[in-house]
Write a protein that binds this ligand. Sequence first.
Ligand code: TXA
Ligand code: MG
Length: 323
Amino acid sequence: MSIISKDISEAIRLLTAEDIVAIPTETVYGLAGNIYSEKAIKAIFETKKRPFFNPLIVHIPSIDELSNIVEHIPEKAQLLAEAFWPGPITLVLKKKAIIPDLITGGKDTVAVRVPNHPTTLELLRRLEFPLAAPSANPFSSISPTTAQHVDTYFKDTIKMVLDGGACTSGIESTIIGFENDEPIIYRLGSTAIEAIETVVGHIDIKNSVKSEIADIPDAPGMLARHYAPKTKTVLTDNVLETINRYPNKRIGVLVFSSKIESASIKTQIVLSKLGRLEEAASKLYNALHQLDTEHLDLIIAEEFPDFGLGKSINDRLTRATKN
Ligand code: TXA
Ligand code: MG
């Protein structure tokens, strides 16, 4: 049985004993373990039912620790870390030999970030090792943004969820890799591309992020079927027309800012009445979790504007339709 608790000392005790603990971050909850403990890392993969080729993100308490983890820091990586850490950007860099292969899926690179959550920053500062933490959901299901979401998934398999409240950003970090020291986006996420471009200039999105099928993708957040509710989900730029294509179905609707009027809708969630993308992103997964519990035949989600966090939201919604 897991306990939901704010007790950082208890989390430290468990993690130091090579157990795994779910931790809050500003993006989503993570399932964390000591990066140097084979036992803990194997438990993370087993608990998530995640394939071993799919590498984990290493969480550190400050930018100063980066050089203990990676071999080389390109200038633009340094600029991004200075600009956005603590925050929802993950950098994929050449790893130091000390980083276990189990963390990196055998790759010679490692993904690192400094999360922006007071509880987890304190936890990381007090621990003597960094934490590997993938999102705390079973492989390919919706990521958790509250302690209760994690508990629903894993109450029988993990001992503790460190409660840090609802995640404020609500979708995963933006992952940036480097090719010849030039940054490239591996996964869209909570930091908008436009913000990144103000720091490093124009940045491309790796092709496999855009394309829908990738067999062994560089960042498996790119697997086509990911972040998926169990309920069939469709994404559309015309919600009303789509509703009319599915007569006599129990329909749930997820829209950005304006409520749709239709007698066929069973449940409707408006993500941001004021049309704010940040607010919509922070509420997205909770909305999908909620709709998924309502025994609907179909979730119809509205396409978001294709800029800022709208791009990241569309990315997640597209993957949600692949179930
Ligand atoms: O916001 C987040 O990033 C959350 C919180 C908990 O920090 N974590 C998260 O972890 O989303 P996860 O494991 O669900 O997604 C990590 C992604 C995966 O798509 C993985 O393939 C990619 O990071 N990744 C990890 N190491 C990599 C590497 N060396 N090269 C390329 N991609 C990598
Ligand atoms: Mg994940």
